[in-house]
Design a binder for this molecule. Structure first.
Ligand code: HEC
Length: 136
């Protein structure tokens, strides 16, 4: 046996010995290892770009925050009108999705402006965003 073959054999044996007893917890990753897998939750953890409400949030920030505040608590910088606290159970319980959508499209009481040019999908995602302020 030549010297180089001996070295090679030694290397193979060392490698085999190393494979002999793999750590018990070393196995292939499975989707079920991900804590959100199968729960129907957004695996992105609510972060863009997989966030389904990303567009609504962008609209909210540009069109609604001044009056409604970031989290819909009615604490925006615009203090001439007093929007409701959308995180309140009372607010959430007293409005259907249809009512929220209609108010967004048509406005309300002369203080909530109408956003009639929004596409229906945009209105629906804004409604879901409003629900999320109430933890729904
Ligand atoms: C100029 C300030 C202002 C802006 C901008 C504004 N709102 Fe409002 N919004 C109000 C006020 C004030 C009310 C409360 C109206 C009332 O109940 O009399 C309101 C109420 C609402 C309601 C509850 C309606 C209901 O049926 O009780 C929703 C939903 C809503 N706004 C969504 C939005 C969304 C979405 C946007 C952005 C696209 C937006 N608002 C922009 C002032 C504003």
């Amino acid at each position: 046996m030549s010297a180089s073959r001996t070295v090679l054999l030694g290397a193979v044996l060392t490698a085999l010995a190393a494979c002999d007893s793999p750590p018990a917890d070393l196995r292939e990753w499975r989707p079920s290892d991900h804590s959100n897998a199968g729960s129907g939750e957004d695996p992105g953890g609510g972060r863009a770009p997989s966030d389904p409400l990303a567009n609504a949030r962008a609209l909210w920030v540009s069109q609604c925050v001044a009056c409604h505040g970031r989290e819909g608590r009615g604490d925006g910088t615009q203090t001439m009108v007093r929007p409701p606290d959308m995180s309140a159970v009372a607010f959430q319980d007293s409005h259907t999705d249809e009512q929220l959508a209609t108010s967004i499209l048509r406005g309300k009481s002369g203080t909530m402006p109408s956003f009639a040019s929004l596409r229906p999908e945009a209105v629906q995602s804004l409604v879901r965003l409003v629900r999320s302020f109430g933890g729904r």
